[in-house]
Design a protein around this ligand. Structure first.
Ligand SMILES: NC(=O)c1ccc[n+]([C@@H]2O[C@H](COP(=O)([O-])OP(=O)(O)OC[C@H]3O[C@@H](n4cnc5c(N)ncnc54)[C@H](O)[C@@H]3O)[C@@H](O)[C@H]2O)c1
Ligand SMILES: O=C(O)CC[C@@H](O)C(=O)O
Length: 466
């Protein structure tokens, strides 16, 4: 009968080999820890190997990523450094140099300049919806996967916008401020019910469509404009152009991504096209509204109120000032009536942040441990069933490469001497992602395979998991 030590050996053995060339090259299973019975129970329950040395994985989490995400990552045995704020570029460059994983939210700018310093970086987790803060193309060219949480905070944003629609229609912000200052000002002039009014939603995606349902429940008519043709929910109606929406809507709310096309989507011309006394809500990205033009339109009485949750330049941390140093028009904005200014809190609820923490951390673990790219926003989505504990001499080869002719032939020449159990390859633009599970491989074989793949001219990143 096998001794406890022998039973655990297959896991332990896999720790003994590593390549010096690159920390991204080879990962292997963690040593078994804890009592024998506990380890045995774990083995029996676990279906998947964790094919790498977890202690080697360094993760930097910025911007107060939720505890749920931190717990999942630390439970894997990764070295997790956690900071509540984002970092200025020079400090970010210093920190990113030796980490394998970085977790951010909307404020950390991962530009090409920053990413080119990240020599060990495997994967970026955006613990939010937006990925505009990351140079996705550059990351893909370096073989760095990017994951986000595409809809875990959509409902929170939609609920905030509902609150803002009523708050603006009833001038609640101003009344509350007056009371805080000791002034009683009971007015009904230009205060409205929302029932029977028209909400114009620009961008009918996850958030826009949620909002549509909530708004209709309050007796609001919904129209929407989107660059793609989308099925209307309830009695909402798609309109063919932004101008058509602006012409009809009492409230205009923006739910588009930050792209070159959405920059200043609402500017002087668009405000002129809107109904007199209409309202503007922006909880998408700060660049989507031309704020100086909004200030003018509000001063002229054309726009009766606005709610802004996002700004072109946002402070790095709580407690930082929101001043003209950051955005030249900050004082003018603050001086307006019936304007709600919030510090990018659309997705900031306990529910959303917990769900995002779990979703993104799980995606990171899957990618680190198994190479699965399902849900990646910049690499082709490739998934294969996990290597199981019964398959102790198997290795998973991951070869991220330039999508040029002849690569698969060369890869298969290298893998040809081995038993390839499964193989899958997919491409996205110039980048291709190949995953192959090879059985009956010895440590020497793994090194040969790694070295041979890594020397191909098409190589972007090679990883071997076992
Ligand atoms: N304030 C916050 O805290 C917060 C929270 C979550 C998301 N957001 C922002 O909201 C944006 C929208 O989120 P989502 O989950 O609904 O995204 P989504 O991708 O589900 O929907 C976006 C929609 O916008 C449409 N679109 C793109 N360009 C357009 C254009 N030029 N004109 C009209 N429509 C256009 C798309 O076709 C899509 O249907 C995100 O990109 C993010 O920047 C902000
Ligand atoms: O939490 C954040 O920082 C970003 C929230 C939101 O803008 C998103 O993109 O999900």
């Amino acid at each position: 009968m096998a001794t406890p030590k022998e039973i655990l050996n297959p896991l332990r053995n896999s720790v003994s080999y590593s390549l010096d060339a690159s920390p991204t090259a080879t990962f292997h299973s963690p040593p078994a820890t804890g009592s024998f019975m506990a380890s045995l129970a774990m083995r029996a329950a676990a279906k998947q190997l964790k094919p790498f040395n977890t202690e080697d994985i360094k993760i930097l989490l910025l911007e107060n990523v939720n505890q749920t995400g931190r717990d999942i990552l630390t439970a894997q045995g990764y070295q997790v450094e956690f900071l509540k704020t984002s970092l200025p570029e020079d400090q970010l460059i210093e920190k990113i140099k030796d980490v394998h994983v970085i977790g951010i939210r909307s404020k950390t700018k991962l530009t090409a300049k920053v990413l080119q310093e990240a020599k060990n970086l495997l994967v970026i987790g955006c613990f939010c919806i937006g990925t505009n803060q990351v140079d996705l193309e550059y990351a893909a060219k370096q073989g760095i996967a990017v994951f986000n949480s595409p809809f875990a905070n959509s409902r929170s944003v939609a609920e905030l916008v509902i609150a803002e629609i009523i708050t603006l229609a009833r001038q609640l912000g101003d009344r509350s401020l007056e009371m805080h200052r000791g002034t009683w000002n009971k007015v009904s002039n230009k205060c409205w019910e929302v029932r029977g009014k028209t909400l114009g939603i620009v961008g009918y995606g996850h958030i826009g469509s949620q909002l549509s349902v909530l708004a209709e429940a309050m007796g609001i008519s919904v129209i929407y404009y989107d660059v793609v043709s989308l099925m209307a929910i309830g009695t909402a109606r798609q309109v063919p152009t932004l101008d058509a929406l602006l012409d009809e809507a009492d409230f205009v709310t923006l739910h588009v991504p930050e792209t070159p096309e959405t920059k200043n989507l609402l500017s002087t011309k668009q405000f002129e096209l809107m109904k007199d006394g209409a309202y503007v809500i922006n909880a998408s990205r700060g660049t989507v509204v031309d704020i100086p033009a909004l200030v003018k339109a509000m001063r002229a009485g054309k726009i009766a109120g606005a709610a802004l949750d996002v700004f072109p330049n946002e402070p790095a941390a709580n407690g930082d000032y929101f001043t003209t140093d950051l955005n030249g028009w900050a004082e003018e904005l603050r001086g307006l009536n019936n304007i709600i200014l919030t510090p990018h809190i659309g997705g900031s609820t306990e529910e959303a942040q917990r769900a995002i923490g779990i979703e993104v951390a799980d995606a990171l673990v899957r990618y680190i441990n198994q190479g699965t790219t399902l849900g990646s926003v910049n690499l082709p989505e490739v998934n294969m069933r996990s290597i199981t504990l019964d398959e102790s001499n198997h290795a998973r080869i991951i070869y991220i490469h330039r999508n040029v002719p002849g690569v698969l032939r060369k890869v298969n020449e290298i893998l040809g001497d081995h038993n390839v159990d499964k193989q899958i390859s997919d491409s996205k633009g110039d980048i291709a992602y190949l995953m192959a599970d090879v059985s009956d491989v010895r440590h020497e074989d793994i090194k040969d395979i790694y070295d041979s793949l890594d020397s191909l001219s098409s190589r972007i990143m090679t990883r071997v998991l076992y």
